[in-house]
Design a binder for this molecule. Structure first.
Ligand code: TYD
Length: 209
């Protein structure tokens, strides 16, 4: 997409996406950008209705294909309602999770067919690709330590360790496939350490930050 700046953040639970997103938003606003922070699933009122179905831990009967299609229904609505209009207007959008999460959770995690996912992604995303994606990478051990003691787990968080390991590997595989877009950041560092890596990646990619 042209005009604005589109940044997505990805990673497994406990990677610290929210802290980094808030730091980057404040930093870019200081530079004069108009910044919208949004998320998937659930980036608008309508998208939140889809999010509720996806994360409800009582929806144990939800099959993998229905899950995939609901994430893409959320994405189609989100692009149309929130992302595309702001980028066209020259603004900055920071998205907490985007389609790399589908490659990690639905492809690597649920083992959905790759060609189905690629077709769906092309159909829904069209040219709405992030300019840059930060993958906050963490080992499963550190992730589990960081999330223990958080509130009640949702449907995805209740998945087993092998699923979570596949998800982490799925993210790293995406980063290997798209090194021009995805920056892998060591999320075991302090918040300031992670943020300084993020800023240097932005500068290296020629993004005015
Ligand atoms: P959320 O509470 O937003 O997670 P987090 O705080 O970890 O970002 O829940 C979103 C969940 O949905 C999360 O477990 C990842 C999952 N997800 C997918 O499985 N596929 C997707 O395409 C997206 C965007 C998210």
């Amino acid at each position: 997409m042209s005009k604005g700046l589109f940044i997505s953040f990805e990673g497994i639970d406990g990677a610290g996406k929210t802290t980094q997103i808030n730091m980057l938003k404040a930093y870019l606003e200081d530079l004069g950008y108009t910044v919208t922070v949004t998320r998937e699933p659930g980036g608008s009122e309508l998208c939140n209705k889809i999010r509720n179905i996806l994360l409800d831990k009582d929806n144990t009967a939800l099959c993998s294909m229905a899950e995939l299609l609901l994430y893409y229904a959320d994405r189609a609505q989100h692009i149309n309602e929130v992302i595309a209009p702001r980028i066209a207007n020259g603004e900055c959008v920071i998205c907490d999770r985007y389609y790399d999460s589908s490659y990690a959770y639905q492809l690597a995690g649920r083992k959905i067919d790759e060609s189905v996912l690629n077709q769906l992604n092309d159909l829904v995303v069209k040219d709405a690709h992030p300019d840059v994606t930060f993958l906050l990478d963490l080992t499963l051990d550190v992730s589990l330590q960081r999330v223990s003691g958080r509130g009640e787990a949702d449907r995805l968080e209740l998945e087993g360790l092998s699923f979570k390991q596949r998800v982490r590997e799925g993210f790293l595989a995406q980063a290997n496939k798209h090194p021009e877009r995805i920056c892998v950041v060591d999320a075991s560092q302090s918040p300031d350490g992670i943020f300084s890596d993020i800023l240097s990646h932005l500068k290296k990619r020629g993004i005015k930050a």
